[in-house]
Design a protein around this ligand. Structure first.
Ligand code: G1P
Length: 277
């Protein structure tokens, strides 16, 4: 029902320097698949078929990844290795990919606003590829959120409980429980200090946004770190209407940090050894 998933992918990934000096952080692999591929798989599982990327300078590898590589494909044509390209070919054959750029780093809110030219006037999903999510026992996080969207038709953010000491790494939401695992958001703050946070419910990098978010973003002034924050725009939407926080089912790895990246690698490696893809 929602066709487009937006992938803000303009950040520098400084925590992974020097690897990210010439390689987009979204292209760092967990086993043999780059992070962005996991994100696109999750969107596709939710029925989305238009993958829209907001990239920046030095991110061309992302575009190449979703395009044909004639020389390579010619080289391995007819060999066992062709099988290794099966998944990415399937994605390429069944999705549309479009790209635009954020010219200067001005926050996640600004990156999403730059994606407006690709998204149009319909609700859309947002996946931050360095949050790698997996649900072994059922639908992926975006598919779960879509079910919530189908019922409430408003912007949805995925949340999880974090240690109080870690709240300053996330957008933190406060609200009233309206159903099992669902909250109507009354307040949200980008990266509060632990002593100022009113809850420990942290937004992870999955959103479904209604198109009115762009009007809210246009009115949003620079916030935390002098950047335009999607959290602040969502608070406007929540005040004017409804925004829902959804406690997702499954695991999330913070692959923007070394610890999370290694944990994800280990997790997927163990799965592979146990015969799961
Ligand atoms: C962004 C958002 C933050 C959210 C986080 C999830 O922060 O601004 O609200 O909790 O993603 O990963 P970033 O990690 O880009 O600093």
């Amino acid at each position: 029902m929602i066709q487009t998933c937006l992938f803000p992918a303009a950040g520098y990934g400084t925590r992974f320097l020097p690897a990210t000096k010439s390689l987009p952080k979204e292209m760092l692999p967990i086993l043999t698949k780059p992070l962005i591929h996991y994100g696109v798989d999750e969107a596709r599982e939710a029925g989305m078929n238009h993958m829209a990327f907001v990239t920046g300078r030095g991110k061309r590898a992302l575009e190449d990844y979703f395009d044909t590589s004639y020389e390579l494909e010619h080289q391995i044509s007819g060999t066992d290795k062709e099988n290794l390209l099966k998944d990415i070919r399937e994605l390429m054959d069944n999705c549309r990919f479009s790209f635009t750029r954020q010219r200067s780093m001005n926050g996640l809110g600004d990156a999403i606003n730059k994606g407006k030219v690709l998204v149009g006037d319909d609700p859309f999903g947002v996946v931050l590829a360095d949050d790698l999510c997996i649900n072994e026992n059922g639908d992926g996080v975006m598919a779960q959120m879509l079910r919530v969207f189908e019922k409430y038709r408003c912007s949805i953010v995925a949340v999880m409980e974090v240690d109080k000491k870690d709240v300053s790494k996330y957008g933190i939401v406060e609200g009233r429980e309206i159903d099992d695992g669902l909250m109507m958001v009354s307040d949200m703050v980008e990266k509060p200090k632990p002593e100022e946070a009113k809850s420990n419910l942290a937004i992870i990098g999955r959103y479904i946004l209604t198109p009115n978010i762009f009007t809210c973003l246009d009115k949003t002034k620079a916030g935390k770190n002098g950047e335009i924050q999607i959290t602040d725009a969502l608070l406007k939407q929540a005040k004017e209407g409804i925004v829902i926080a959804y406690k997702f089912k499954g695991k999330r790895f913070d692959c923007g940090s070394l610890d999370g990246f290694v944990q994800a690698t280990k997790y997927f490696y163990d799965r592979l050894k146990n015969g799961k893809k």
